[in-house]
Every structure is written in structure tokens, then in C-alpha cells.
Ligand binder design. Structure first.
Ligand code: PLP
Length: 433
């Protein structure tokens, strides 16, 4: 593509996912029309940020993508999937999934409490309890609904919810739906957290919950759980940790954030997690004391009133945990992540404070990132391009997630292409935020 055309596009079009909510037209269809106007612009320019071109191969090291407009198949290296352990295509995991499908069929047939619980479900709950170190675990149809389930299950409007500003959307939505007051502290700012706890202690005695991602999904840094735990104990608050990007990424044999810090106590702590990232398939869970889980089995409505996972999905997650604990998939992933971060930093990119396999590369300029996402795909690189409101304003970024399947040569190729693209778009490599 010639430079002049690129420049023209940059000046005229960017992805703006916040506009939809800010539409000045308050008719119900108005904001939908606004959205389609943006999509039309998107389509005119052949961009592929919002409407994805489907993959025509498994989500593995290499992924074939069928370009929506041209129908052309592009072979890409996968740097954008949450498949942190390569579980999606692992032969052992697939074999166990097929075995369960052959034995139990394709679905569970009911909500958990009515005809929807098989031995595959109870075995997986037990396995997850062992992994997380809690007394009990319950399953949900996704990590998102697990977070809604726990927050709406235990929080009442008279409680106070305190959250890190960079927490996942599901935690924010759960808090909003609960009707409780929500306050947020600056990302990982422990002084700000203590201030909030101290100033609200009197008004909410035993009624505060602090919620944080374990590994932050867009930044790749890790919550300061030892300090947060010290504070929640001091001020009698409950701590909820979302382990979506921590399981299979940090901790002893992928056991997550508490294990990473060597924390063995579990009092007044609850964790939520997903089966959809490192464990490769779909579903979510909550681990906590038996007292809390027994209660949630009735009061977490996104569990009680929703059909349980297919048995085969439980078998997939169970096998993926076994694979994680018995192979070198995790150490390979971590080695690749260390190599990628080292190379990116050597080449001058701003990768924030990541210490995990979630690696941000700050671009900042939403106009340029909108264009770049297509160029990266054309060059055979599959990454996630992340725009506000998923991340704060001016911090639009490329997000890379590492897996054990790519090689050092693949990473070198990625860096080479990125350098060229940053040059074409005349972007400083170190974009300050
Ligand atoms: C931190 C965090 N929590 C929860 C979720 C939701 O998990 P799931 O995709 O299983 O619904 C995600 C997924 O994007 C996430 O990043």
C-alpha cells in the first residue's frame, strides 16, 4: 500500500468503540445505526479489526485466516490467542475430550441442580479445588458468568465494592448490577486502596469486598496480593481474585497467583477463573470455602439458572490441567515470553510492567493502530489490537499472548515485521503513556 493512501486513512479513520455509548441520539436504534456507520467506514478501507476474518485451521502455532473481502487464505503465526499452554490442539487433551463425547454425548441436558451434573463435572470441580487450594469449586458456563455469579451472589446494595481500575469488564459489570456502591483505586496503588478501606470501614463494617485481577489481562503485571491480603485482613474485607490470565501462566505448575506468592492461607479469599484461556476450551469457576460454595450453588443465579457445561468440556479442562502439571508446556511458554519481552525491550518498545505471557506493546495512536492491525495480518502475524474502552485512553496497544508452540525464530520474525511497520507509520517505538 502506498504511503500517501496510508496517510489519508490515518487522518480519517480510527476505531472508536466508545462512540456507541455516547451517541447523541437516544432512540434505541440510533446507537445501532451509529455503529453501522462506523463499520461501513471500516469495510470501505478493508480493515479487519472489528469483523474478524475466520480462521480455517486450528488455533495453534500457525493459523490460516480466510480474508473476508478477498477470500484469500493467509498463513499467520499466532501471537494473539489465550492458548497459553497449547491445550487447544494437544493430542492428550483431544483424546480425553473425544472419549467423554463418545461416552456421554454432546451436552449436559440441564442446569447444574436439575439433571445437569455428571461425574465429569464433579471430577473437574475436585481437580480445580486441588489446583487452587480451596475446599470447594463450582463451575459456570464462562469466566464472565462466574464473575457475575459470585458478585451478584454475595453482594447486596448495602455493601461496598473496591476494585483495581484495570479489572476486567465482567467484574465491573457484576458490581454495577449488584446495586452496591463501587469505588476504584489507581492500578496496583496500595496506598490508594488502604485509604479507601480506612475511610469506609466505619460505614461498611464487615461489608467490604476488594476485587482484583491476579494477572492483569491487558498489562500482564501481577496484583500485589501479599499487600492486598494484609489490608483486607486489617480492615475485615473479603478478597476476590480473578485468575483468568494467571492459571497456567504463573505459580507452581500453573496454579496461579496465590501459589506464585507462596500464600497458603485461604480465609476470606475467593478466586474466580476460566477454562477458556490456558485450559483451552470454555467455562468458568469459583473456588472458595465449602460454606461459600454451598451457598453460591443456590444464590449464584448465572449458575443455578443456566445449563451446565457439556461433559466433554469438563473432560478437556481436566486433561489440560493434567497436561499442564506433567509436561514442559508452561516452562516453554514462560521461556518464550521472557525472550519476546527481552527482544521488544532491546528494540525500544514500551511493554509497560509485564512480567508474564500477557505482553502489551503500546502504540497510543488509535488511527495508526487501526491501520497497523491489517498490515500485521497481511505480513502473517496474528495479534490482538486493543482499543479504548478496553484500555485507558491514549494507551491503545498491540497485545501479544505467548504460548509454548512458537519458536525463537518466529519471535525474531515478529520483531522484524514490527520494526518495519513502526517505521512505515513513523511511530516512535517507545510510546509514553
Ligand atoms: C480477567 C478476565 N476475567 C474474566 C474473563 C472472562 O472469561 P471468559 O472468556 O471465560 O468468559 C476474561 C476474558 O477475557 C478476563 O480476561
Amino acid at each position: 500500500m502506498n504511503k500517501k493512501r496510508q496517510q489519508h486513512q490515518m487522518e480519517n479513520f480510527k476505531i472508536d468503540l466508545t462512540k456507541n455509548q455516547k451517541s447523541s441520539d437516544f432512540s434505541i436504534m440510533g446507537k445501532i445505526h451509529d455503529y453501522h456507520e462506523m463499520i461501513r467506514e471500516h469495510e470501505k478501507r478493508g480493515l479487519n479489526v472489528l469483523l474478524k476474518s475466520p480462521m480455517t485451521s486450528a488455533n495453534a502455532r500457525e493459523v490460516v485466516v480466510k480474508e473476508r473481502n478477498s477470500g484469500k487464505e493467509i498463513k499467520t503465526l499466532m501471537f494473539g490467542s489465550n492458548n497459553y499452554l497449547g491445550a487447544i490442539t494437544h493430542p492428550y487433551v483431544i483424546a480425553k475430550t473425544l472419549e467423554a463425547t463418545q461416552k456421554y454425548g454432546i451436552g449436559s441436558g440441564g442446569v447444574p441442580i436439575l439433571a445437569g451434573t455428571t461425574k465429569y463435572h464433579t471430577d473437574l470441580e475436585k481437580k480445580l479445588s486441588e489446583l487452587t487450594g480451596f475446599e470447594d469449586t463450582m463451575l459456570f458456563s464462562s469466566g464472565f458468568t462466574a464473575n457475575l455469579g459470585i458478585i451478584l451472589g454475595i453482594i447486596r446494595p448495602q455493601n461496598l465494592i473496591i476494585q483495581d481500575k484495570l479489572n476486567h469488564a465482567s467484574l465491573i459489570d457484576g458490581a454495577l448490577m449488584s446495586g452496591a456502591k463501587m469505588v476504584r483505586y489507581r492500578h496496583n496503588d496500595m496506598k490508594a486502596l488502604e485509604k479507601l478501606l480506612a475511610s469506609n470501614q466505619e460505614e461498611y463494617p464487615n461489608g467490604m469486598i476488594v476485587i482484583t485481577d491476579g494477572v492483569f489481562s491487558m498489562d500482564g503485571d501481577i496484583a500485589n496480593i501479599p499487600k492486598i491480603l494484609e489490608l483486607t485482613q486489617k480492615y475485615n474485607a473479603i478478597l476476590l481474585i480473578d485468575e483468568a490470565h494467571a492459571t497456567g501462566v504463573i505459580g507452581e505448575k500453573g496454579a496461579g497467583t496465590l501459589s506464585y506468592y507462596g500464600i497458603t492461607q485461604r480465609d476470606n479469599i475467593i478466586v474466580s477463573g476460566t477454562l477458556s484461556k490456558a485450559l483451552g476450551s470454555i467455562g468458568g469457576y469459583i473456588s472458595a470455602s465449602k460454606e461459600i460454595i454451598d451457598y453460591l450453588r443456590i444464590y449464584a443465579r448465572s449458575n443455578l439458572y443456566s445449563t451446565s457445561l457439556p461433559p466433554s468440556v469438563c473432560a478437556s479442562a481436566f486433561a489440560a490441567i493434567e497436561m499442564m502439571q506433567t509436561t514442559d508446556a508452561l516452562s516453554k511458554q514462560q521461556k518464550n515470553a521472557a525472550y519476546m519481552v527481552q527482544k521488544l525491550r532491546e528494540n525500544g518498545y514500551n511493554t509497560l510492567n509485564t512480567v508474564t505471557s500477557v505482553i502489551p506493546i503500546i502504540v497510543g495512536d488509535e488511527y495508526k493502530l487501526t491501520q497497523m492491525s491489517k498490515d500485521l495480518l497481511d505480513r502473517g502475524i496474528y495479534v490482538s489490537c486493543i482499543f479504548p474502552p478496553a484500555v485507558p485512553k491514549n494507551t491503545a496497544r498491540i497485545r501479544v499472548n505467548m504460548n509454548p508452540l512458537v519458536t525463537e525464530e518466529d519471535i525474531d520474525y515478529f520483531i522484524e515485521q514490527l520494526n518495519e511497520i513502526f517505521q512505515i507509520y513513523q511511530l516512535d517505538r517507545f510510546v509514553k503513556v
